[in-house]
Design a binder for this molecule. Sequence first.
Ligand code: IPM
Ligand code: MG
Length: 368
Amino acid sequence: MSNPSLLILAGDGIGPEVMDQVKRIIGWFGYKRDMSFDVSEDLVGGAAYDKHGVPLHDDTMAKAQEVDAVLLGAVGGPAYDDLDFSVKPERGLLRLRKEMDLFANLRPAQCFDALADFSSLKKELVTGLDIMIVRELTSGVYFGEPRGIHIEDNMRVGINTQRYTEAEIERGARAAFEMAMKRGKKLCSMEKANVMESGILWRDVVTEVHADYPEVELSHMYADNGAMQLVRAPKQFDVIYTDNLFGDILSDCAAMLTGSLGMLPSASLGSPMANGRPKAMYEPVHGSAPDITGQEKANPIACILSFAMALRYSFDLGDEATRLEAAIETVLANGARTGDLMGPEGGTPLSTSQMGDVILEALDASIL
Ligand code: IPM
Ligand code: MG
């Protein structure tokens, strides 16, 4: 059997730096665990624009459709801020999500014990925090038509449309219920059914799907209340299911509860391919961080944890994913810190590749 295939799209800013560490980890699994991947690389975002004049070349899109999983670093940067909307780096990312039909975006917000002090909330509110946000990723106001800016009565009008079919709500809901079944069996669905018809439909459809998952305790919350509850008492949540825009916002909020954006991975999953694996893209939640680009200061952990999610969700290697996550927990418990994880007490931060070094050492120790 041929090796599973990975397409690496490191992208812009710190993307390539953090992805270099992921490549070392992938290599480790090949040498030490006999789990080899066929890795290819290509451009996305500003890097693709610089070479091709578009943030995602058609050939790259075609490759992404063929591989078993895509690993993405980050897109965007100040050099591209003034580009036309249609070729902005983010459009490359959105095209991948849309054309691969990656409708279920899994965004875990987990607080590592060693980092509980970094949260902006009191330590006791976040210690042991483990939430999974399932964000619908291919529809809603991000893609709804009509959209655009046009002139009405001599005035510019900006339009975006929140649009959801029941099929779109349902397939995401099933992914969320399945996730809840594997975790704490609690699902909270968030929308704005008090002001939006799409929210009313959302609530109805999620309630209908619940009939197939009677073991899961389902609750509904208005998304604004959800934001408040996330900062008031985040540990009340297990799995949250919400739409594309609310999910964008709520996942940033949940991410900050854990203390560092540099720690959080994500998975974007679609329907199963012929080989049974879901279409999939894995990426850190953080952005391209232009302020520290090229300085070897970035924290590679979010990107490495994204690869752990790939092991779990694309390759059915949950034990190996756990091994990698445990290695990261070990190095953090031993005090390994990149700059973003330095407390007021200071100390010397590890560089990006030094963080990679200690994680590889912990992996080695795990198989002794
Ligand atoms: C995210 C990001 C993207 C989004 C941007 C970069 C298009 O904020 O993945 O959360 O809005 O979905
Ligand atoms: Mg976002």
